[in-house]
Design a protein around this ligand. Sequence first.
Ligand SMILES: [Zn+2]
Length: 1012
Amino acid sequence: SSISWNCYQHEYNLIIAPQPRNMIENSMFEEEPDVVDLAKESPSYPIDTDNVVYEPRSSRLLVRGLGENDLDEDEEDYESSARLLGMSFMNRSSNQRSAASSYIRQHYSGSCSMPSTKTMVVGVVVLVLVASMLMVLYFLLGCNFTTAGCQKTNSTMDSIYPNSTNGELFPWADLRLPCSVHPVHYNITLHPDLTIMTFQGSVSILVQVLNETKNIVLHSSDMNIIKATFDGKEVHFLEYKPWQQIAFKFPEDLKKGQYVLNITYTANLSSSYDGFYNSSYVDTNGIKRVLAATQFEPLAARKAFPCFDEPAFKSTFTIKMTRESKYISLSNMPKVITTDLKNGLEEDEFEKSVNMSTYLVAFIVADFISVSKNVSKTKVSVYAVPDKKEQVQYALDTACKLLEFYNSFFKNEYPLSKLDLVAIPDFLAGAMENWGLITFRETTLLVGSNSSAIDKQLVTSVIAHELAHQWFGNLVTMQWWNDLWLNEGFATYMQYISIESVFPGLDIDTEFLNVRFKALAKDALNSSHPVSTVVSTPEQVEEMFDSVSYEKGASILLMLNATLTDGEFQKGVTQYLQKYKLSNTKSENLWNSLSQVSKQNLSVSEMMNTWTVHKGFPLVTVKRSGTQVTLTQEHFLLNAENSTDDSSLWHIPLTYVSDKCSVLSSCKQVFHLKEKTATLKLPDQVKWLKFNVRSDGFYIVHYDEEGWKDLIGALKEDMNVLSCKDRAALINNIFALSRSGKVSFRQVLNLMDYIRNENETAPVTEALFQLGQIYRLLDKRSELDLASRMTSYIEDHFGSLMENQSWDLETSVSKMTLRSALLEMACSLNIRNFCVVIDSWIPSDLMRTVFKVAAQTDEGWGKLLDMYKHSINDPEKHKTLEALASTQDVWKIIWILQKSLDGSEIQTQEFPLVINTICKSFAGYLYAWDFVKENWDKITQKFSVGSFAIQSIIMSATSQFSTKTHLVEAQNFFSSLGMKGSQMRIVQEAIETIKLNMRWMENNLNTLQSWL
Ligand SMILES: [Zn+2]
């Protein structure tokens, strides 16, 4: 899926609005401003590694990190006994914790006399020995309960079962389903009523019993089951709500073979954004229209029909949908037949699907219109609400071109005879890759006559991402959510590859570079996690949809592709898809397929495992003495004082160029650094060396003093000796190094001296982004003098480039991106009165900049609000909303917060964007924080705990705090959440970020006085 792509431009700095840092997933959310931490000395608020270590996830560590609520002894005892039993359900999420209390421990009730002390000691020793042996045997022979997907019906578990709703013991004690029973085929019949917002359903599941068992356990959530039959006979079922499971108990073992399980039920259409949910919009005549659509990934298929809701339980599906004749219905597969049921009702039946995971099932009932076109044997259609029929053509043409590209790239044709792309009016994710029925936000699919090339870049990226999923994710699926990156990292990477090839004018390469910088910034925090992480609870599954799975995943694939020689990557991927199609895989399967095609004898698994199992990334330090170069690697963390005891080693395919040859791609040299330290011998003397060519590798580089001096000198003399990506990477790396305290801020400014000559998009936007972050922190601390010095610095270094920008029509995406970044910075810092509100035509890529200025007056704000209410052009609407939220007027800020949360005048899907935009301004950020605290319950009803939306809201609201008071306030608030969110990884990240900000302030406020 594409995690909310709301705004097409990257926004994670407060002041510089149009930084195109992240176009793909998350963009509306990822606006979390990253940490600014230029610490050099030891902080007075130590950032203790112990407080933030977060893998494997454990609420205990987390709660300690928050400074209170250590588990009480009973709980600890309970956990350790559970561990002895290998129980993964103790992996503690909020759900589980509440679940734990309903477990029954059945005590052995025999009686005996008091033994002597000696007997007791001997007895204990013997018991311990026996227990250890049993454990060893258990772990050697048993299954891995959290990742392997193989849940044995294990007699050792008999003692701990939860209570089901009716008080009877529930026969299963794990979040993961048992593997003794598999679904083979589902017949699903649904009848949603869009007037009273409920639906009736019945599901008939053909199941295969693989091992004899007395129980069938599957998922079901929020539904009222009316009747269940098994092979035609009515059966009794048990429900365990905390884990969304139901079970059927049988008196005798079921023999191996196939059976039919039938369940009839009713449920409400969901009013949040997952499951089978209702959505509505107001048409141009002011009439409210309703529709029903689905969003199942990751865990919500179970809200629409009882099912084995894990990605490895692939099966086929036949869906029938009853609807009023004024609507159409859509599902994954083409429609076979429509039956008139009279009374204004019709029933659509869809073809039997291919073998697929439950999270990819989808259906929609709505009044949409469509346009279609054929590509090979597939009919591609784009659907939208009737008012927007003028805006679907771009998506159709783009989808067709990309489908052709993927059909030929993967050497494996898209297997279905239709592919629908549907714009849903109220939709939380950016898009969702349901097989054959991809759903989008309107902003990520529709392109109107006044959409800019940057708007098109967004739409193209999301389509490219979702189409890539039709292979990576749909055809071949990760075994379990711990390897989500196999879906998301790959789709993200393929979107850049396909767009670069099919739409070279969209400058997607610069965008991808920004995405890598962003992933590095996130992964430099202690609270980050490995690409492949153990997950078991629903919240942990939700949390996997983050920058690490998407952006770091894509970055390490780029590094691998750059290391393999021509064509090997594509060849390996093709073989992988061929080998595993319609089934499930782990990371290892992909690496093996790639190793097999590598001619250079590179063990892909050995190299790539170091990038997926450790969190974080390496810092490579380069020391040159003549032709002898010493290379050292260490784990790069922003709070560097804790990194010494970290022994992680990466297999780094180091690349470098020198003054002898630096611009052509053939200049690139490769050295594999696998050890902590290694020596590289150069053939000749060089003037300078630049490592990590074009920043294709996922690591940052530090040079010794001479090394930096040589590079800075070379840039000053002629910056074109390095590619613009290399220059952007130097800027990115030196700011990161100064945050971690490895170089002084003085050295940062030394490098930045050359920037007056710079006019390429990548280095300029990176520099503005970094400086903007510092400005923002100073501003929020009311360090007015320093903030104004920062403004002067920016004006001094970028003023002439700002002056060179025009307000005319511009066609190059790269130039648009550059001028948006410059003009928005100029407007927000009020540099040289660049910004005046103009009443005439403005190019659409500058709308946001201009609207934001206009929104600062009552009159302008009122006009914009009117525009927002009446516009049917989504990109424009979106820019208008951002402008409205950038107001400095407190009453307007409060109004907009309320309206976007209750969904009355602003759709609730926009709430995370609203929070993010408001938090950028000095006037609004404290109001937004208070609002989040006061409305937490309401917010988590709309957006699930752990979800990307929640991650964004928390980071937006807290990432600019840099005082002890705010730290304590945030800690108190988060720990008070208890089961409603205190255990989220993002909470760790937020606290760590505030501490880093505090440390930066402490160390740099004084020195900035003399440097700026
Ligand atoms: Zn995706």
